[in-house]
Write a protein that binds this ligand. Structure first.
Ligand code: KIV
Length: 277
């Protein structure tokens, strides 16, 4: 898969599916499910590394996890992997054009990812995206609830009033103009996400943004019920914690169970034909 394949899916009216992965194991599982794209999201900071927000995860950690996810995809789907996208973590693309380009360049040079994702559409961010795209780096945008701005926005639903909805419309169009190949819209009103999916030429991938988007993205740990902080807009498909806890608990109990008495050795019936030595 290439970024342009997502656009082709949108043009053909085919829904786009994206799931996150954080290592070889999870990447192989989501590739086996048949997704179009795999995102090594900075949500791994919270879902996997135990941080309270996405802010502490480093570029080195993202590269490490993205390489592992890439190995899992190669093993699971050697003849055509889903598109692998890697999040640029907080403060790797907000401190100047050169640093941002270098961070995105490391993702493409040192991992099998073919695209990066970053949050927001401030003028500086648009300049960074333009520079990356002109350097051959595909960029996915992300608006609405942007977890890297948690200390300004919280984890609340965004664009609830007409003024902020108009602002989000302008920012979405600006991201497309800057060259993003796709846009994630997180936790915004469904009507606005549907409107933008129809208005934009690039695919709009929603999470907590209703069913009218060109595609959907989910954090795999959320879908599997493995996370301790379940977002209200992304309910689990299964209670993975309970299922895994029950299975592993059963194994522990089995190991601790008193040993069964040794079975009596099988008795062989005497054969009249047996030779006497
Ligand atoms: O980091 C992440 O997993 C994400 C998804 C929620 C889109 O950005």
């Amino acid at each position: 898969m290439r970024p342009a394949d997502l656009t082709r899916r949108k043009q053909a009216g085919l829904p786009i599916t994206v799931l996150t992965a954080w290592d070889a194991l999870s990447a192989a599982v989501v590739a086996g499910a048949g997704v179009d794209a795999v995102l090594v999201g900075d949500s791994l900071a919270m879902a996997v590394l135990g941080h309270a927000t996405t802010l502490p995860v480093t570029l080195e950690e993202m590269l490490h996890h993205c390489r592992a996810a890439g190995r899992g995809l190669a093993a699971a789907a050697p003849n055509g992997s889903p598109l692998l996208i890697c999040d640029l973590p907080f403060l790797t693309y907000q401190c100047g054009l050169e640093e941002a380009l270098a961070a995105a360049g490391r993702v493409l040079k040192e991992t099998p990812a073919v695209a990066v994702k970053l949050e927001g559409a401030e003028p500086e961010t648009l300049a960074v995206i333009d520079r990356m795209v002109r350097s051959g780096i595909p960029v996915m945008g992300h608006l609405g609830l942007t977890p890297q701005s948690v200390h300004q926005l919280g984890y609340r639903r965004q664009a609830g009033d007409p003024v902020s909805q108009e602002r989000l419309r302008r920012r979405a169009l600006a991201l497309q103009e800057a060259g993003c190949f796709a846009l994630v819209l997180e936790h915004i009103p469904a009507e606005l996400a549907t409107e933008l999916s129809l208005r934009l030429a690039i695919p709009v991938i929603g999470i907590g943004a209703g069913d009218g988007c060109d595609g959907q993205v989910r954090v795999t740990a959320d879908l599997l019920g493995l996370t301790s902080r379940q977002p209200p807009f992304s309910p689990p498909l299964v209670d993975g914690r309970a299922i895994a806890g029950e299975a592993l608990g059963r194994w522990v109990r089995e190991q601790r169970a008193p040993a069964a008495p040794p079975a009596a050795p099988p008795t062989r019936p005497a054969s009249p034909a047996a030779p006497h030595c």
